[in-house]
Design a protein around this ligand. Structure first.
Ligand code: HEC
Length: 104
């Protein structure tokens, strides 16, 4: 019986692991060395792709406070929940965070 439960749990694990593949894909951001601007590069992406659900990210200080989870949610492909970001958009946000997320 224990063995059966183990197989069931394993099956669920494999199933949910695979079913996530279509929506989430990890990637490594490419930063070209230019400093991304919060105002010109980051804020417009957040505004159009995230703020509809995460109103709080519209403010720099809130976004700054959440920068690490925002970065990993984007890099993992977990967010945005609806729609998607281009690689250039993901790069802009990830590289901006890697740069210390300046208010520039
Ligand atoms: C359609 C609505 C929607 C959009 C658009 C959206 N989110 Fe979310 N987000 C959610 C919901 C709902 C949760 C909480 C529950 C969960 O994580 O499943 C969440 C959770 C999060 C979290 C918490 C940790 C995590 O990874 O779960 C972060 C960080 C996040 N979102 C960042 C973003 C960013 C950055 C964007 C834009 C690129 C974005 N979200 C776009 C609905 C959305």
């Amino acid at each position: 019986m224990k063995k059966f439960m183990f197989l069931v749990l394993l099956g669920i694990g494999i199933w949910s692991g695979c079913s996530k593949d279509s929506t989430t894909s990890s990637y490594t951001p490419t930063c070209d060395g230019t400093v991304k601007s919060y105002k010109n590069n980051v804020a417009p992406i957040i505004q159009s792709a995230c703020a509809g659900c995460h109103q709080n990210y519209s403010s720099y200080s809130n976004l700054f406070a959440s920068r690490n989870s925002v970065r990993s949610a984007i890099v993992s492909g977990n967010m945005p929940r609806s729609g998607s970001l281009t690689t250039a958009q993901k790069d802009a946000i990830a590289c901006w965070v890697d740069n210390g997320a300046p208010n520039n």
